[in-house]
Ligand binder design. Sequence first.
Ligand code: SDX
Length: 430
Amino acid sequence: MTNTTAKISIGNEAWDLPIKSGTIGPDVIDISKLYGNSKMFTFDPGFTSTAACESKITYIDGDEGVLLYRGYPIEQLALQGDFLETCYLLLYGELPTPAEKQNFDTLVTRHTMVHEQMSRFFSGFRRDAHPMAVCVASVGALAAFYHDSLDITDPHHRLVSSIRLIAKLPTIVAMAYKYTIGQPFVYPKNDLDYTSNFLRMCFSVPCEDYKTDPVLTRALDRIFILHADHEQNASTSTVRLAGSSGANPFACIAAGIACLWGPAHGGANEAALAMLQEIGTPERIPEFVRRAKDKNDPFRLMGFGHRVYKNYDPRAKIMQQTTHEVLKVLGVQDDPLLQVAIELERIALHDEYFIEKKLYPNIDFYSGITLKALGFPTSMFTALFALARTVGWIAQWKEMIEDPSQKIGRPRQLYTGAARRDYVSLDKRG
Ligand code: SDX
């Protein structure tokens, strides 16, 4: 794909750096030989201008508000397909045939149980542990239960581990929820689809039958599709870096869950709902918008802004539509939180600060309202994000491991600490 070069000159030396083009999107300047030639590093904290890898999985155009999974627009996948179809697409690169879809659904369904000892593992946690703490620990602990699929050089091991993670995350997330509310764990049922199974594991109790609402199940399944993958975001980059050392997939996904937990990333859905609750009424919105614009105030509008999207996050639009559908089915269209969110969005989108900085609602702005209406406590929101993002992390991890040019990731630095100096013995210090 290399077609032209970029010239960099430092002093009286100059070098030609290859420019590579992708299918769509920005070209890249290949700087892999720059240090060898110039003895200089590039400097890009936060990777605002750095492509860390080549990938065929997800494409984002932040200026146009475009998101494609393997070339298919998120709007079409979310409104026409189901989550396991998206999982197949992200993993294998093509939409499944009916037979492939049925085989994949069956394969995932038959891996939804966890080792029975996992329930003993859970009993070590405090009941008030945050579900994300439980998920980080439990997913990492899967490596202690599934020794038969840890050889990342074996394609079959990679497949087995991938299916196990996609299949068992709903069971683990549901167990994390049940554990915090003191209710018994619910086993998965193989005659239910993926998302119905998850809802039943979360909300059914042994004392009575549980029936899922098809509209609410469809809404949650769509939410999973929206969260499935998102190019080289912080948690995906964490998974790739962990995987580049040869760490097993369970450890890599646990690292991704840990990174996702941060309020600047996946933790924003929990923080956004807490913010809407703190605002409380539309009358208080101006006070919070002023704070968000105040450089001396660390407060930010949670669910607003994005490193890549400088236009409306396409997922937020579908999320908003799903929120209205769910609240209508549940008969709570006048949820005061939704009124605050709609008014906050209206005010922010007309404010010159947000316009100038191109701050729009992101996927986390509306998701919390929907998840709360579905019956999940705020503390579960990021765990649901992790459940859905597991397939994206696994697809990206698999792509990296199968890349013949793959090597351990090892960034360098600009060192501004002390130059070499000699040790001073304790009796000679001031
Ligand atoms: C996710 O990367 C992904 O793809 C992530 C994700 C995925 O699917 O994996 O999309 C999921 O993490 C979505 C983002 C969820 N986070 C939040 O909603 C938290 C609130 N948003 C911000 O923290 C922030 O917008 C980030 C972290 C999302 C993006 O930060 P950047 O790219 O580092 O941008 P920045 O902090 O440099 O902001 C640019 C300017 C700054 O002002 P100046 O320094 O230029 O004067 O915009 C301001 C910021 O102060 N700004 C905000 C703001 N977000 C940015 N001001 C007020 N409220 C905000 N929310």
